[in-house]
Design a protein around this ligand. Structure first.
Ligand code: MLT
Length: 203
């Protein structure tokens, strides 16, 4: 299914394409200002979640705060992965050179892409992610660098869950760097700066 999105071609054709994934209630314009800070030359594909919760866009349904609708999560993850294949053809970018930058619900669908599809992402910046699904075998994530920004006092994603997510990704072969903040679930400027330095080093 088509997903509402924005594509902007970057000045550096070799730089990874940044896949922007907003948080609950956001849209495809929310994270655009971060591109300048993280990878100014990158092309950008910013997608709007196809699910509505009381009028708020999301990338998959949930039954309650922190309790995901697993069937919908699986369906929506495949939908997004298929959309990436289509977009790569349409906009003529390298499907193997896509790095996700997601916040909250957007970080969760980015993590879910890596949980379900080998090679879906070349790397990922996850701001305040959770464990998308438990009890499954992950595909190989060797050579996939992942940056996680988390809040020690995040009421939506407890610090322990950040550790659990990091461990699952590392067990699948990913390299994970965690940056800790103390501002709850907020996406802060300092964590974006940390993501930017990480990006310059790893991608
Ligand atoms: C989710 O539902 O994905 C998480 O609880 C984060 C959010 O509120 O979007």
């Amino acid at each position: 299914m088509l997903m509402k999105h924005i594509f902007e071609k970057g000045s550096n054709p070799g730089a990874p394409v940044l896949l922007l994934l907003h948080g609950t209630g956001g849209t495809e314009t929310d994270l655009l200002p971060l591109v300048e800070m993280v990878s100014p030359g990158s092309s950008v594909l910013s997608v709007r979640g196809n699910v509505l919760e009381n009028g708020m866009p999301r990338f998959f349904r949930r039954l309650a705060e922190g309790i995901f609708d697993e069937e919908d999560l699986i369906f929506r993850t495949k939908e997004l992965n298929d959309f990436l294949d289509i977009a790569a053809g349409k906009y003529d970018f390298d499907r193997e050179n896509v790095v996700a930058l997601g916040y909250s619900n957007g970080a969760n669908i980015a993590a879910s892409l890596m949980f379900h599809f080998e090679g879906a992402l070349k790397g990922a910046i996850l701001h305040h992610p959770m464990v998308p699904r438990r009890g499954m075998t992950l595909p190989s994530l060797s050579d996939v660098p992942i940056f996680i920004a988390a809040g020690k006092n995040d009421p939506i994603c407890p610090a322990q869950e950040t550790g659990e997510l990091s461990q699952l990704l590392q067990q699948a072969g990913a390299t994970v760097d965690i940056h800790w903040e103390n501002h709850g679930h907020q996406l802060t400027r300092s964590e974006v700066e940390a993501a930017s330095s990480w990006f310059q080093k790893h991608l």
